[in-house]
Ligand binder design. Sequence first.
Ligand SMILES: [Zn+2]
Length: 342
Amino acid sequence: MKTVAIDGYGIEHVRLTELPDLEPGPGEVVVRIRAAALNRLDLWTLSGDLKIEHDFPHVLGADGAGEIASVGEGVKGLKGGVPVLINPGLSCGSCEFCRAGEQSLCPTFSVLGEHRPGTLAELVKVPASNVFPFPQHLSFGEAAALGLTAITAYRMLFPRARFKPGEWILITGIGGGLALALLMLSRPVAGRLFVTSSSQDKIDRALAMGADAGVNYREEDIGKSIKHLTAKRGVDVVADSAGGPALEHSLRALAKGGRVVIAGATAGGSAEINVRRLFWSQLQIIGSTMGSNEDVANMLRMVAGARLRPVVDRTYSLTDAAEALRYLESGKQFGKVVIEVP
Ligand SMILES: [Zn+2]
């Protein structure tokens, strides 16, 4: 099978690599990938910064959608040809958290393409519990584009931040895959929806997708601007994937009793906050990572019911994957970068 793999760390080590075809083990399925989607995670994996010991060549890619190619012993309810998307979160299945249905709390939780061979390939092997039939209004590329970001966004909003219909929300850093998934899933229920970006163009595009207002954080103070836009009230929820010093801005944008939910730290791992504001306004800071199998199923039901579509920025072919990764690295994208697999 054709794959996109690294034989060392650095984008110059990304190569189209021929590897042996895969056979499913007991409880596993092999998916014939029709489309994959890129994530920042792929850039971190190939940089070597994650300090994981990879067996080279290592196949990249967390997100993918395709058709079941073969099923292993003991797999029930799935057969060849069924279109599915892959949940890239891998867990042990037997610890206390897995047994409670909280797979992303599993101590051995890992992600396809990060620790194990990924989806930038003609074939990928995963546990049968990691594949889900996807809504019929989506193409393979759109299904792949839901993947990691839509699963993460769903868990952030609903199980973790307990976002309620009519509440007001601020989504930071609009334009990336996760922020746009947050916009897609919160817009149908949000009372008011605000975004931030350093790019006026990205704010304008978010307004066209239904955001009520945007704040350019290069030019304006987020806390002050949101208070101004909400007649001093603030928002009920801030959904953030930047972390770092911006946390204090997020807290200042909150209404009394508000929650900030964080699923990333692209802007840094440490933050200083005003503890008096935290307790006096009864705020909550909530962490969230990926999602459980239940979160995936609930996200897909919402996407099907509201006929939602993820934003796909550009589509590349498998042979141009290195160019696609460079484009992702540039940060110019608005939405997901998809790789079509012939
Ligand atoms: Zn577990």
